[in-house]
Design a protein around this ligand. Structure first.
Ligand code: NI
Length: 250
């Protein structure tokens, strides 16, 4: 069930049976020569829809611009400062909490968001802890789940792509977006075949170290077929994880 396609009355009915909502969160940033700029937002969005079909979960609009300052050396990338993203997360949670939502399942598509999301959750808990008596919200829970973290997904990525998977513009994420948007598949030769690895600092340094945007990957191996397998495995793992969270066991 998509929040954006629901009426307020339907949300009221949903709240009678569940206090949990999925919030896809991603980024709008370069993903190398053949990856979509929306990759990190599209992956959790597509998977959240799959989880909703499987579990009946309600899915909030995707927070599609994240913390991506290091990608600003490439055309089209957009970033929020960490403090801005924290404010977006806090305001989103507090808006939904006002209606009765208590458990917030952030399905994340971008490694660069992790530290900021964790800090935003701490701010939300701090607001509750520092509130005057009666204003605490002991049942409020925020969970961060990276879509690629499951054992099944990790094993599948290793089987499909081995050492070519990399850590940015990965074969798996590009495949998943190709499966979701097959009319937009791009065929590009990569030089070198596997991109360099290294640390991440600011945007100019990033562009010097990783000239075409990739880190450690050869996403020319990405395919619709691989994306379909990744989609099914991830939806299965995430649906089980979502159910555990919604039932209060994690
Ligand atoms: Ni990515």
């Amino acid at each position: 069930m998509m929040l954006q396609l629901s009426t307020w009355q339907e949300v009221e009915v949903y709240l009678k049976t569940s206090r949990t909502i999925v919030i896809p969160v991603g980024s709008t940033e370069q993903h190398g020569p053949n990856g979509f700029i929306g990759t990190d937002a599209l992956c959790p969005e597509v998977l959240a829809k799959g989880v909703a079909e499987e579990t009946g979960a309600l899915v909030a609009p995707t927070i599609s611009v994240g913390m991506a300052q290091h990608h600003l050396g490439f055309s089209g990338s957009i970033t929020l400062r960490p403090s801005t993203l924290m404010a977006v997360v806090q305001d989103t949670v507090n808006s939904l909490a006002r209606h009765g939502f208590e458990r917030f399942y952030f399905l994340n598509g971008h490694g660069g968001n992790i530290a900021t999301l964790s800090a935003a959750f701490s701010e939300i808990y701090a607001e509750s802890s520092l509130g005057t008596a009666g204003h605490n919200r002991p049942s409020l829970r925020c969970k961060l789940r990276n879509w690629w973290d499951g054992k099944g997904i990790q094993a599948l990525s290793a089987e499909l792509f081995g050492a070519s998977e990399g850590s940015h513009a990965t074969c798996s994420e590009v495949s998943l977006t190709y499966y979701a948007y097959p009319d937009h598949v791009k065929s590009v030769e990569m030089t070198p075949k596997i991109a360099p690895n290294g640390p991440i600092y600011d945007a100019d340094d990033y562009r010097r170290r990783f000239p075409d945007g990739r880190i450690g990957s050869d996403p020319s191996l990405a395919s619709v077929e691989a994306g379909e397998r990744i989609y099914k495995t991830a939806v299965d793992e995430l649906s089980r994880d979502y159910r555990g969270f919604a039932e209060g066991s994690s």
